[in-house]
Design a protein around this ligand. Structure first.
Ligand code: GLA
Length: 400
């Protein structure tokens, strides 16, 4: 029997838990990032796509005013909390909220802080975005709940605003200092397109994938541990680099690493601590790569674009130091295969997935060859799939 889709699982679990049908189901996708890694919080450019894996929230009105009840069958967990207790992260019995519930609770908190009507609800969360794999499972959960609360609250926010409020939930409620990229891609995704976001001005455009090119995601199956503290540490190192370069260049207009050209960086890198200089070099060069990337895609220069992806992986490995043996094995195995334009780790790093740009006619041979090479190098069994760029968050049509 084919296994049920996450939307079907959510509906069935809703009926089982609450003895009624959900009123609607909200969906918000995960994302894969092609270029511009660890640059969103440095005000640079990113190039993600929403993917055809998503978090689903089957939802209906609350049993009791201000009460939020959430069942998460994938986690074998459930929680209930009152909106009045959001600020102190307590459940309805006064115990500490489990960590997975911080994401929906944080979204409710951020929406309420913004003055939007947030009501109690009953919901089931099911997702096929793997957790800790660098595909933004948490942003998908946040944006799916924000979409559900938007529908119940009867208000409507532009997708980018929705993304910013979800980022605020993650930064201020969950405590991860992430940038805007993940929530942006989940909220604003477009089918068949990459999204180019300027993380300073928040201007963005959708860029079609060139014909004959496929995105393949390869999961090392190694899960990110301790990613959060290392992530926050990288961010702090970037801020230290900004202070150092601003002083060395005597230029108060430098507010983020995006403001430093590769030439200026090279002239003044010696003013920074060696570790901080390595982090900053990655960001400065990655900004330049991502700025060049869209023009290459539009000119059909896919091989040149792929070379930038390969350079990005080397930089994340050697300068930003967020790769690891499994991600390196997966990226280099892919880079050696026919039809592969570029391969690199995607997302924060420390485990998770690589993203591969592959000539569509080579994909059928690429997938098993990569799995075999990765198994040979690590003894691990990869999960590899061709990924479609998908639309951003919304409600499922009532029949689904
Ligand atoms: C995580 C964060 C994003 C971004 C990436 C790295 O996914 O949530 O904001 O910083 O890491 O590019």
């Amino acid at each position: 029997m084919p296994s049920a889709s996450p939307a079907q699982r959510a509906t069935a679990a809703f009926q089982a838990a609450f003895h009624t049908d959900p009123a609607f189901t909200a969906r918000a996708p995960g994302r894969v990032n092609l270029l511009g890694e660890h640059v969103d919080y440095n005000a640079g450019w990113v190039l993600p796509a929403a993917i055809d894996r998503a978090a689903y929230v089957a939802a209906g009105p609350a049993a009791e005013d201000g009460l939020v009840e959430i069942v998460a069958p994938d986690l074998g967990a459930q929680v209930s909390f009152r909106l009045a207790d959001l600020h102190n992260k307590l459940d309805s019995l006064g115990a500490e909220l489990p960590r997975w519930a911080w994401y929906p609770a944080g979204v409710a908190w951020a929406l309420a802080e913004q003055g939007l009507a947030v009501t109690g609800l009953r919901a089931v969360l099911a997702s096929d975005v793997p957790v800790g794999a660098g595909l933004s499972s948490s942003a998908a959960v946040e944006v799916a709940f924000a979409t559900a609360w938007q529908h119940l609250g009867g208000w409507r926010l532009p997708a980018l605003e929705m993304a910013r409020l979800c980022q605020r939930a993650e930064n201020q409620y969950v405590g991860v200092n992430s940038g805007l990229m993940d929530q942006f891609a989940s909220a604003c995704g477009q089918a068949g397109r990459l999204l180019r976001l300027d993380c300073r001005t928040l201007a963005w455009q959708a860029v079609p994938l060139p014909p004959g090119v496929s995105i393949v995601v390869a999961d090392t199956t190694l899960r990110r541990e301790l990613g959060q503290s290392a992530y926050n540490q990288r961010r702090a190192e970037c801020e230290e680099a900004v202070r150092g370069l601003r002083a060395a260049l005597h230029d108060e207009s430098i507010q983020a690493l995006r403001d430093v050209s590769p030439a200026d960086f090279n002239a003044h890198a010696a003013a920074l601590e060696p570790v901080v200089a390595r982090r900053a070099r990655h960001v400065v060069e990655e900004c330049a790569r991502t700025e060049a990337a869209v023009g290459l895609l539009q000119a059909g220069r896919v091989a040149d674009f792929g070379a930038l992806m390969n350079a990005c992986h080397a930089s994340l490995r050697d300068l930003y130091e967020v790769s690891g043996p499994e991600l390196d094995a997966m990226a280099s195995a892919a880079q050696a295969l026919p039809g592969c334009y570029g391969a690199r780790l995607t997302g924060a790093g420390f485990g998770g997935c690589t993203v591969n740009l592959v000539a569509s006619e080579a994909v059928a041979a690429f997938v098993p060859a990569l799995a075999a090479a990765y198994h040979g190098a690590t003894g691990l069994t990869a999960e590899i799939y061709v990924c479609q760029a998908a639309a951003g968050a919304g409600l499922l049509p009532p029949t689904e």
